[in-house]
Design a protein around this ligand. Structure first.
Ligand code: HEM
Ligand SMILES: [Ca+2]
Length: 813
């Protein structure tokens, strides 16, 4: 027990937790734009003919796939119908989100102005600027190192790279991204480009010396492309870096960077400073637990697992991997000259009810995400690096590089390494305790495909489920095909596991989050039986958007209940305050019955509503571990949005073809007054904030704006993934046979949990595990066949080339 004096009520909170614990266009450029426009072709064919839909030409697309329309005057927009939904827009505008210029003579075309003199000048300037930043960083290394016992270090751990070689790779790419951003800035200044000119134009650098900083092209070897590559490269044959690990997040709208190039959003549309992210969080968000009685905590846990599969932003760090502190130890701002260039600390007002008044803090640590060079070799605004493969490919289990994958494999019988803990198979242990807090005996620190595996014990449990599922599949496959090599077993088991994950995501999880209407509007439903899908489109850019990962998909933080009741034989055995007491401290996984008990809690405890109410722990104690206070995750989310240059909420209403809000009252009477006292304009409200306050869309647990951003993302991740499990053999080299497809479609999260639990404290599950048990969803015995299993005998022997011809005869819908 520790004391957080002199603040007695805090002490109460702390001891309460312990008590509980002790019981137990470019840039989403025109290619992207047209690709998305093309994507809707098949949707369109189901509705009226194109000419009827868009009399003046153009394609009828969902508004989010036609970002340029936000620049078209309202009375000039043409709306059309998609899938019987009057939400479509006739799209005939293109480059860089912008409508075509009224006359070509008015066009400013600086591309031709990129002469060698300009190039060498901006190249030198950016190299010098980076050098200066580096030497400044070097100086800070003397004193601005994050203390390893601070909550801020816990936050840093979430994005940290532990492997030295990998760190060098990340830093190398981050440097390239930064140099291009600096060169862009230098160019914009040198040419005195207005913001509009900058936004409209495209500055090719492929044939210049600056191209050294462009994204390296992967080496795609067709023979090796039978299965997905570990890093997601070569998925798209024309654009082999699309979706690859260590490539940038895309943007749905031109970013709201203060300088249009890379500076975080800082000012209101009225020119004043935006309210501090902490002010927004503390004044608007409430510590209240409002439950959604229909869905289980697994919805949140699976959501986080998927979020991690597709995205991991990386905070800047020192070269040697230690963390950079953006506030002094006592919680003040550094004087400007001592602040790291990538620090974006959050102001804590003196009257802040928690951090301010009780702990005297005025500064909340926040480090910006590193940039990555873009796919197209051009000058342009900065995009943030995504460290993992963008595709939904179980990278959380297998890693996002060949090195990581090899490190996780046994190379025997296709299995992944495990840690045998007195007869129970857990995730393998990490070589050192780096990613974990390990100041107690019996501690454990696990290794998986994702470095965040230890961050939350329920997440560790879900990783363990899928990890065991891989080995279960591998075991079954080798029994059916004893002659298969380790490599074949590994790849086939991985392929099945990814298919299962995609099935659970698109069939069970997404409909509950975004509702069936959006599933249909975006063509997200899976096929049934032995039928192949037909919607792969190589022009679709799958990359994860900043708006998704630093905004909409963090809706999950509002779902979280931070205490879980562990029951045995129907009785509560222990109450686990899993946030923040088990963050980066997963040692309890070693308790014999805890894995099952966590799974039971996940499939029985309800989630909370997505709204302005957050569990208190998430706003005060994240990564606290032994400290009196932790991180406010909500402030961090808001600041992350500004860091990534995400536009304010209202711009996304516009993008989606919804009415823009004209006053705070449009958010509803409940929020209008508070919002007006925080923001100076309705056009300033951050995407994350507006999205949470929104009225829920019919059948969805999120509002319209989040619903569309999430639907768009999963549509692009499905239709832009050549290896998506249900793609036809003519598209997908790792296709399934029709009979295998039918089996895959029997997948359920319930069966996956049943098959991989220890079956010590879990013997029954309800068929729909994302919904709470009910008379219509009654728990059944895992041993019964009520919850179907996949018949792996359909995997006997690999199909040969001769079999291939047969697929042409398979009926395609
Ligand atoms: C108690 C549970 C959770 C905790 C403590 C937690 C904590 C965090 C933290 C510390 C970050 C990094 C924040 C930053 O530096 O910007 C983060 C990012 C994120 N979280 Fe959560 N999270 C939780 C649950 C969830 C859930 C349920 C979801 C979704 C359903 C989710 C989705 C995300 C996403 C998409 C990101 C961004 C990842 C990236 O691109 O780097 N999280 N979370
Ligand atoms: Ca992935």
């Amino acid at each position: 027990m520790f004391f957080c004096t002199p603040f007695s009520h805090i002490q109460l909170v702390v001891s309460y937790n312990i008590f509980k614990n002790s019981h137990r266009f470019t840039k989403m450029n025109w290619i992207h734009f047209w690709s998305l426009a093309l994507l809707t072709n098949h949707v369109r064919s189901e509705v009226a003919s194109p000419s009827k839909e868009c009399p003046n030409g153009g394609k009828c697309t969902l508004p989010i796939w036609c970002p340029a329309h936000v620049y078209v005057k309202e009375n000039e927009k043409e709306y059309c119908t998609i899938n019987n939904n009057p939400r479509g827009i006739c799209c005939n505008t293109g480059n860089k989100f912008m409508p075509p210029s009224p006359s070509s003579s008015a066009r400013y075309n600086p591309e031709t102005l990129l002469d060698s003199k300009t190039i060498s000048a901006i190249s030198r300037q950016s190299a010098d600027s980076l050098e200066e930043l580096r030497s400044n960083e070097h100086r800070l290394h003397q004193f601005a190192v994050l203390s390893e016992t601070s909550p801020d270090f816990g936050l840093f751990t979430n994005s940290r790279t532990f492997d030295r070689a990998e760190l060098a790779k990340v830093q190398h790419l981050a440097d390239r991204g930064r140099r291009i951003a600096l060169a862009t800035n230098a160019f914009k200044k040198r040419r005195s480009l207005s913001d509009d000119q900058f936004d409209r134009e495209s500055f090719e650098i492929a044939s210049t010396s600056l191209s050294e900083d462009c994204l390296p092209e992967p080496d795609c070897v067709e023979e090796l492309a039978v299965y997905r590559t570990p890093d997601g490269s070569c998925n798209n044959q024309q654009h082999p870096t699309w979706g690859q690990a260590l490539t940038p997040n895309t943007k749905l709208l031109l970013p709201a960077y203060e300088d249009r190039v890379f500076e975080a959003r800082k000012f209101s549309v009225n020119g004043q400073l935006l309210p501090s992210a902490r002010t927004v969080s503390s004044r608007l968000m409430k510590n209240k637990d409002v439950f959604n009685g229909n869905y289980t905590l697994l919805l949140a846990q699976f959501g986080q697992f998927i979020g991690h599969d597709v995205s991991q932003s990386v905070d800047h760090s020192f070269r040697n991997s230690s963390g950079i502190s953006c506030c002094t130890d006592s919680g003040d701002h550094w004087p400007e000259r001592l602040q790291h260039f990538a620090c974006l600390p959050i102001d804590v007002p003196p009257n802040d009810g928690f951090y301010g008044r009780h702990f005297g803090r005025r500064c909340m640590h926040f480090m910006r995400s590193v940039f990555a060079p873009d796919h197209d070799c051009r000058l342009g605004y900065a995009k943030q690096l995504d460290k993992v493969t963008h595709f939904v490919d179980a990278s959380g289990i297998y890693g996002s590089s060949i090195e990581q994958q090899s490190d996780l494999r046994t190379f025997e019988n296709g299995k992944l390494k495990v840690f045998h803990d007195f007869g129970r198979k857990l995730l393998p242990l990490h070589e050192d305790s780096g990613p974990c807090i390990s100041d107690r005996g019996g501690s454990a620190c696990f290794k998986s495909g994702d470095t965040r595996v230890n961050s939350l014990i329920t997440l560790t449990a879900l990783h363990t489920v899928f990890h065991r599922e891989h080995n279960r599949l591998a075991q079954a496959l080798i029994e059916i095909n004893p002659h298969w090599t380790d490599e074949t077993v590994f790849q086939e088991a991985r392929k099945i596991l990814i298919a299962e994950l995609q099935t659970v995501l698109y069939r069970e999880f997404l409909p509950l989050v975004i509702g069936l209407e959006a599933m249909d509007l975006y063509g997200l439903r899976l096929q049934e039986g032995p039928v192949y899908a037909t919607d792969y489109d190589p022009e679709i850019e799958p990359s994860v958007a900043s708006e998704f990962t630093a905004g909409a998909f963090r809706f999950g933080h509002s779902l979280i209940e931070t205490t879980i009741s562990l029951s045995k034989g129907g009785r509560v055995d222990q109450v686990l305050a899993f946030v923040p007491e088990t963050m980066n401290y997963p040692s309890q996984m070693r308790r014999i019955d805890i894995f099952d008990m966590i799974l039971v809690a996940l499939i029985t405890q309800p989630v909370q509503q997505v709204d302005e109410n957050f569990n208190e722990n998430l706003q005060k104690y994240v990564f606290r571990f032994g400290n009196c206070f932790g991180v406010d995750l909500i402030s961090i989310n808001i600041q992350r949005g500004r860091d990534h240059g995400i536009q304010p909420y209202n711009r996304y209403r516009e993008l989606l073809g919804l009415q823009k809000f004209t006053s705070f009252a449009d958010f509803g009477p409940k929020y209008a007054k508070t919002l007006a006292s925080i923001y100076s304009s309705v056009d300033d409200v951050d995407l994350y904030v507006g999205g949470l306050l929104e009225e829920k869309a019919p059948g969805a647990i999120v509002g319209r704006v989040f619903q569309h951003i999430i639907a768009d993302q999963f549509a692009r991740l499905k239709k832009g993934d050549r290896y998506f499990f249900e793609n036809h053999p003519s598209i997908n080299p790792a296709y399934f046979e029709p009979a295998q497809l039918s089996e895959i479609r029997k997948t359920s999260m319930a069966r996956i949990i049943c098959d991989n639990a220890d079956r010590l404290a879990l013997g029954m599950v309800q068929p729909e595990v994302f919904r709470v048990p009910s008379p219509w969803n009654q728990p059944v015995d895992c041993r019964s066949n009520i919850i179907p299993s996949i018949d792996l005998s359909k995997w006997k022997a690999i199909p040969t080339d001769a079999d291939y011809d047969e697929y042409d005869n398979v009926v395609m819908e």
